[in-house]
Design a protein around this ligand. Structure first.
Ligand code: ATP
Ligand code: MG
Length: 560
């Protein structure tokens, strides 16, 4: 028996699929992920990717990657490339099955001709305005277009001439002949083809008529032998039309459309149009700005594919739209990095400490373990000397109650080193603290035999050995949970002005200077960080993936 590697929880779509396999409706499951190449993929797409590819994996089926490129004006090869990179990075493989809806333009045209011949489609020369008036309203039926009874021969001739480029944009359309009184507005003689004199990223100037999504999609599914066509809820109302095209073309072994709720995440926006605006209007540094909910943004921020796949499993698949707390996504990456990220020391806001009784020229190599969660990750040595940096926040001249770190007269343990005592605060002319003078207790070396203990332990970096680095701290991109729903303000007026905090004056352990782009660490007490792809030996740059505090875990505990 084959090992069952399926760890994904069941859901109503998997129930349908299991049933279809049991009853023999399908011998093999075939799904597809159909992005429109008009933007970069975001975490919502990741949900759809994990669903479609995950089902194919778990039921020994196949999942295609299909670019849904029926709109020539908004699409671009830059997006085609980034989408492939992102799907692969998430850990999925379409093997040799990467398709374009535009691969089917000829077949789609031929099927449209067939529909005209069967009397279920006609060429219309109503203007956009006239068509709008024919449409009716949700409570009033529409009216038939005067072109509806055009002869088949005439429609065939006009359609061919549309294809040949004889008419201007908007002069003619091809429409489905369904029912102008249908309670479903999408069934009121919807468009099948429109004229667009635009160059297509894939087919160039070969075509000047382009099929509508509602027509191209069911047929592309059928051409590829898709069994289950999974899409988001807004397409539920389009499903009768999806089925209608398959019906009137008398197609067998038909795909079935099933809708699920899209992912909405707090404190961000997920529409590609809005994300594009943020990029083109330079509110962010690009599609891969680490504050963006895009897959490349999350990757640059330090998210792992595993954490995103686990997130997709955790949120599940439902039939009703809801808002997911971004804290759940953060909880997932924290859990993942807790297991795999080595602990290191970095001081983000340095304050110099001189250990006055420590030998001037001595450097000791202090042993420290790399990850208490995983002993197999071993240990390393960090240099310690007379001059170190500590975090400004770890010192208070006037400490509040229960402050167990450094203040005049107090003692604190330096992680993996000694207990030190603060004796003197040195200030400049302006009264600003420039350094602390401390003494150390040589008996208290970590790992030694001393039993003396103090309440606080703080991190540090040798001032003589540490390397300078830039650290970028990120906060939520928007100030409210659902920036798309504000009644008066546009989403761009709700951007968080403090979403990026650049700190160029950090000190990191010398070892860390060897880290490569994408390497991930826990900076002790400061959060999880990863090396930015544009980091260089001359200028080291780290992005904070997420802080250490877990508001999600706390909530869960409270709930249980
Ligand atoms: P937008 O509305 O922002 O333009 P889209 O849905 O049109 O996005 P597509 O490229 O057409 O983007 O999406 C590809 C697939 O991903 C579709 O099957 C779509 O239903 C799915 N998808 C898009 N956004 C989400 C989301 N937020 N959650 C789950 N699935 C999504
Ligand atoms: Mg779409």
């Amino acid at each position: 028996m084959e090992e069952n590697t399926n760890t994904t929880p069941s859901n109503f779509i998997r129930d349908i699929i299991e049933d279809d396999l049991k009853t023999g409706k399908h011998a093999k499951i075939h799904t597809r992920f159909p992005p429109e190449p008009n933007g970069y993929l975001h975490i919502g797409h990741a949900k759809s990717i994990c669903l479609n590819f995950g089902i194919a994996r778990d039921y020994k089926g196949q999942c295609n990657l299909r670019f849904d490129d029926t709109n020539p004006t908004k699409e671009d090869v830059e997006y085609v490339d980034s989408i492939q990179e992102d799907v692969k990075w998430l850990g999925f493989d379409w093997e040799d099955r990467m398709y374009y809806a535009s691969d089917y333009f000829q077949k789609l045209y031929d099927f449209a001709v067939k529909m005209i011949k069967e009397g279920v489609a006609y060429v219309d020369n109503s203007t956009a305005e006239e068509m709008k008036n024919q449409k009716g309203t949700p409570t009033e039926p529409g009216t038939n277009s005067p072109c509806r009874e055009r002869s088949i021969e005439e429609s065939l001739d006009l359609f061919e001439r549309m294809k040949n480029g004889e008419f201007e944009e908007g002069a003619y359309t091809l429409r489905a002949k369904i029912d102008m009184a249908s309670p479903n507005m999408h069934m009121r003689d919807p468009l099948i083809y429109r004229i667009k004199k635009a160059t297509h990223h894939n087919t160039g100037d070969e075509w000047c008529i382009y099929p509508m999504y509602d027509y191209a999609h069911p047929l592309s599914d059928w051409f590829e032998g898709i069994t289950h066509s999974l899409c988001t809820l807004e397409f539920e109302i389009h499903r009768p039309l999806y089925d209608w095209f398959l019906d009137v073309l008398h197609l067998e072994n038909r795909p079935r459309q099933i809708e699920f709720a899209r992912l909405n995440l707090t404190y961000t926006v997920m529409s590609k149009r809005k994300l594009l605006e943020l990029v083109t209007e330079k509110y962010v540094s690009g599609w891969d700005d680490p504050r963006m909910p895009t897959i490349c943004g999350l990757r640059r921020r330090g998210y792992t594919p595993e954490s995103i796949r686990n997130f997709a499993d955790k949120i599940g698949v439902a039939k009703r739209d809801a808002m997911t707390d971004v804290a759940l996504l953060e909880h997932g990456i924290r859990e993942d990095l807790n297991k795999r990220a080595p602990r290191v020391m970095a001081v983000l806001n340095p304050l110099k400490v001189v250990i006055t009784n420590y030998p001037d020229d001595l450097t000791e190599e202090m042993e420290t373990i790399n990850n208490p969660e995983d002993p197999s990750m071993g240990s390393r040595k960090i240099p310690f000397c007379k001059e170190i940096y500590i975090e400004q926040d770890d010192f208070r001249e006037d400490p509040p109650k229960k402050f167990h770190r450094l203040y005049p007269g107090s003692e604190v343990r330096l992680k993996s080193a000694y207990i030190i005592k603060c004796n003197e605060v040195i200030k400049n002319d302006k009264g600003e603290i420039t350094e602390l003078h401390c003494t150390y207790d040589p008996e208290t070396k970590s790992g030694g035999s001393s039993t003396r203990s103090v309440k606080g332990t703080i991190h540090w970096v040798s001032a003589r050995h540490g390397k300078k680095a830039e650290v970028r701290l990120y906060d939520r991109l928007f100030v409210i949970e659902d920036p798309s729903s504000h009644e008066e303000l546009s989403f761009k007026e709700l951007l968080n002005p403090h979403s990026l905090d650049i700190n160029e004056n950090c000190f990191i352990e010398p070892e860390l200077a060897k880290a490569k782009a994408g390497d991930k660490f826990q900076f002790m007490r400061m959060g999880y960080f990863c090396v930015d792809p544009l980091s260089t030996d001359e200028k080291l740059v780290f992005n904070r993936t997420v802080g250490l505090r877990d508001s999600w875990a706390k909530l869960e505990k409270k709930d249980s």
